[in-house]
Ligand binder design. Structure first.
Ligand code: NCD
Ligand code: ZN
Length: 342
C-alpha cells in the first residue's frame, strides 16, 4: 500500500554547518523550516572554542533562523581545551556536546586535535559528566588512502578509545562505510551515529559522472556501492543507534567549482524529503520517525519535540540553484515534499 501523506513528530538535525554572517542568514531558514533543533558544528573561522563565542554565535543563529528553532552548540576541541572550562560550559547549558576534528581532516579543522593523547583529560571529564563527543572519524595520515580513512580511524582511535573510556557517549558522525555501520551496531548503547542523505543516496561514482562533479564532493567522501548499501541498511534497520544528521555544508559556488574545490554538500533545502525517499525505497517508512525524530533526542537525553511535520507525496523538480547555492539533488525530481509544521 502506498501512502500519500505522512505526519511525524518534528525532527531534529544532529549535525549541521550553519556558517556565519550573510551565509548564516541565507541558509538557517532552510534548516529551521523542517527541524526543531540542530547540533551546530563549530568549525567557523576562528573556531567556536569558548562559551562567550558560543553564546554570541547562538544569538546570531536565533536571529537568522527565527523563533521556534533551537540551536544546540558544540565546543571545538583543540590541543589546548581546558577540561574545567569545558565542563563548566556544559553544566551552564551552553555546550550540548564537543566536537573532535583530527587536525587537517576537513574544512576549517586546522586548529583541531593533533594527537588524541593531548585531550585525554578533557575526554575523561566528558565521560564523567555525561557530555557527548561528536567525532569526525577519519585519520589524517597521508599514507592512508582517502577512501580508507574512516575504516582506519576505527582501528587506530575509536576502538581503543572505547576500551579506555567504556561509558563515554560518542556520536560517530556522518558514517560512510560498512565498517563504521558494523562498529556502531556491535558497540554498546553509548555509541551512536549520524547518517547524511548523500551517503544514503550516492556512491563514489557520482563524483565522476560524465566529468568531475564538485557538488557531490564532501568529507568523508562517498564510498563504493557496497558501503552505501550497508549504511542504508543500518539507517533503516530500526536500531536506535542511528539518527538523522544532514551535515549540510554550504560553500559559495566559486569555492566548489574551483581548481581546489571545498568539501561540503548543501542539502538543507530538501533534507527531510531526501531521507523520506530512501526510507520509502527500503520499505521502511514505519521506521522513519524514529530515525528522524526520536533516536537522536534519546541519545542526547533531550525531550522529544511536541510539534509535527507533514510530508505529502508530490513530484517536484529541485532548482539548479537555491539562494545562489547549488543544492543536493539540483535538477532532479523528488517524490516527497514538506507540506508544513503543526
Ligand atoms: C564540512 C564543512 O564544509 O564545514 N564539509 C563536509 O564536506 N562535510 C566539514 C565536515 O563536516 O567535514
Ligand atoms: Zn560536518
Amino acid at each position: 500500500m502506498t501512502v500519500d501523506t505522512m505526519t511525524i513528530r518534528q525532527p531534529d538535525d544532529w549535525h549541521v554547518h550553519l556558517r556565519d554572517g550573510d551565509m548564516l542568514r541565507t541558509v538557517a531558514p532552510f534548516t529551521a523550516r523542517q527541524f526543531a533543533r540542530a547540533i551546530v558544528m563549530p568549525n567557523l573561522v576562528p573556531p567556536v572554542t569558548s562559551v562567550e563565542a558560543a553564546r554570541g554565535y547562538r544569538a546570531r543563529i536565533v536571529a537568522a533562523a527565527g523563533s521556534g528553532f533551537t540551536p544546540l552548540m558544540t565546543c571545538y576541541l583543540t590541543d589546548q581545551t581546558d577540561p574545567d572550562a569545558l565542563a563548566h560550559g556544559f553544566e551552564e547549558g551552553v555546550w550540548a556536546a564537543a566536537k573532535l576534528y583530527p587536525a587537517g581532516a576537513t574544512t576549517n579543522s586546522a586548529s583541531g586535535v593533533t594527537d588524541i593523547r593531548n585531550i585525554m583529560p578533557a575526554l575523561e571529564r566528558m565521560q564523567r559528566i555525561g557530555m557527548v563527543l561528536c567525532v569526525h572519524g577519519e585519520v589524517t595520515d597521508p599514507e592512508v588512502d582517502v577512501f580508507d580513512r574512516e575504516a582506519v580511524f576505527i582501528e587506530r582511535f575509536l576502538e581503543p578509545l572505547t576500551q579506555v573510556l567504556p561509558e563515554f557517549k560518542i556520536v560517530f558522525e556522518h558514517i560512510t562505510t560498512a565498517e563504521a555501520a558494523q562498529f556502531v551496531r556491535d558497540s554498546g548503547p553509548q555509541i551512536g551515529a549520524t547518517v547524511t542523505p548523500q551517503h544514503l543516496i550516492i556512491n563514489r561514482n557520482a563524483l565522476f559522472a560524465g566529468g568531475l562533479r564538485p557538488h557531490t564532493y564532501c568529507l568523508p567522501v562517498a564510498k563504493r556501492e557496497r558501503h552505501r548499501l550497508a549504511v542504508r541498511a543500518a539507517a533503516t534497520s530500526g536500531s536506535p543507534k542511528f539518527f538523522l544528521g544532514t551535515d549540510s555544508a554550504p560553500h559559495a559556488r566559486e569555492a566548489k567549482e574551483s581548481s581546489c574545490g571545498c568539501a561540503g554538500i548543501f542539502n538543507a533545502p530538501f533534507a527531510l524529503e531526501s531521507y523520506a525517499t530512501v526510507f520509502e525505497e527500503e520499505g521502511a517508512l514505519d521506521r522513519f520517525e524514529a530515525f528522524a525524530s526520536v533516536n537522536g533526542a534519546n541519545f542526547y537525553g533531550l525531550p522529544l519535540n511536541e510539534g509535527a511535520v507533514t510530508l505529502g507525496r508530490s513530484e517536484h523538480r529541485i532548482d539548479d540553484e537555491i539562494a545562489g547555492l547549488v543544492p543536493f539533488h539540483a535538477g532532479e525530481t523528488l517524490k516527497w515534499k514538506v507540506a508544513g509544521l503543526s
